[in-house]
Design a binder for this molecule. Structure first.
Ligand code: G3I
Length: 316
């Protein structure tokens, strides 16, 4: 096939991946695919709060800078991930107990990171994973100390720090219509009606093979109809090992379906996959016995999923 980024570009979409610079430094096949296939880069870890502000007020941008220069050299856009997230929040921040101090720490962080890359980021995940499956707010330190207000505060601060970046809310298990996506839908609608600056919603789409919700496209469309962009931000589809041929075929169908769903919606900006090869996927660490989740296997031979993505994009 032609590079998939070219196929996506003909449809006005971007094809992205989660990038880990330390892997590119030691694995030339990973690096070659990263450069050839993708038009957008998300930092898998290097732009997170713990990576960029390990001690309060002391910023470390080495990894994040490396990602910016890789993307620039390869003519790729950068999707910023993530300004505020309860996980990979540094311990010093988790320990804050006063509302004003938590607010100051959060805002200072957003200003420093979004400010450093001002004008160079296509979109930021301003807030990541703030809801529970049943639609209530996750009881993170941020939520417990600041109350509901913290999410809109984060978006307002991000807008001031980088007025050109699109500002997104990003979450998982929101791929179909369910209690969690309903709650986020209500939040976006409310933000839009009150002028809280939100431009986009990311759907992580970490799936289990065979479980792509039938309402996936309808769900993306209802958010788009609120006047925000949508994006598939972290796609992977895990299989219980060893993966059978049937599993790989189902996985391929679902990869293709997700791409088709997004590409069929004008406000869907594209699809990002959470890695390149099964070899470095986050999944086996968290779900032992499961993986085979990405379009390239451990040896970089391609799986049916890749052909299916290429076909859904209309690649030549
Ligand atoms: O950097 C340290 C290293 O210094 C240390 O020696 C090593 C020992 O465990 O850990 C390293 O940190 C790891 C980090 O990745 C960087 O490699 C953490 O243990 C590990 O937990 C962390 O995992 C990341 C995870 O987010 C953290 O929650 C995964 O790589 C990353 O793929 C994953 O990505 C998240 C998205 O940001 C948000 N959505 C869900 C997605 C999957 O969990």
């Amino acid at each position: 096939y032609e590079p998939l980024r070219d196929a996506a570009a003909r449809k006005g979409k971007t094809f992205g991946f989660a990038y880990a610079p330390h892997i590119a430094a030691q694995d030339s096949q990973y690096k070659a695919i990263a450069q050839r296939e993708f038009s957008m880069v998300t930092a898998e870890n290097n732009m997170k709060w713990d990576a960029t502000e390990p001690r309060r007020g002391q910023f470390t941008f080495n990894g994040a800078d490396e990602i910016m220069s890789f993307a620039k050299a390869n003519n790729q856009k950068v999707y910023g991930h993530a300004l505020v997230w309860h996980s990979q929040m540094p311990n010093w921040a988790k320990q804050i107990t006063s509302r004003d101090d938590m607010r100051r720490a959060m805002n200072d962080h957003i200003k420093a990171v979004a400010g450093r890359y001002k004008g160079q980021i296509e979109a930021w995940d301003v807030v990541n994973e703030a809801f529970e499956w049943n639609g209530t707010r996750r009881q993170s330190e941020l939520q417990k100390v600041m109350g509901d207000y913290w999410i809109e505060e984060a978006f307002r601060t991000a807008r001031a720090a980088d007025p050109n970046a699109k500002l997104c809310y990003n979450d998982y298990s929101t791929d179909g219509i369910n209690a969690k996506s309903d709650a986020i839908y209500r939040m976006v609608k409310d933000f839009k009606s009150r002028g809280v600056p939100i431009d986009c919603v990311g759907f992580q789409t970490h799936l289990i093979v065979g479980e792509l919700p039938a309402t996936n496209k309808q769900n993306l469309q209802r958010f788009a109809d609120l006047g925000v962009d949508v994006r598939i931000t972290e796609l992977d589809i895990r299989i219980k090992l060893p993966a059978s041929q049937q599993d790989l075929n189902t996985q391929a169908r679902e990869y293709g379906q997700v791409v088709e769903n997004c590409f069929g919606i004008s406000r869907c900006t594209g699809v990002t996959i959470w890695g390149i090869t099964d070899k470095y996927s986050w999944i086996p660490q968290v779900s032992p016995g499961w993986n085979a989740s990405l379009p390239w296997n451990e040896n970089y031979t391609t799986k049916p999923a890749l052909a299916s993505v290429a076909q859904a994009m209309g690649a030549k």
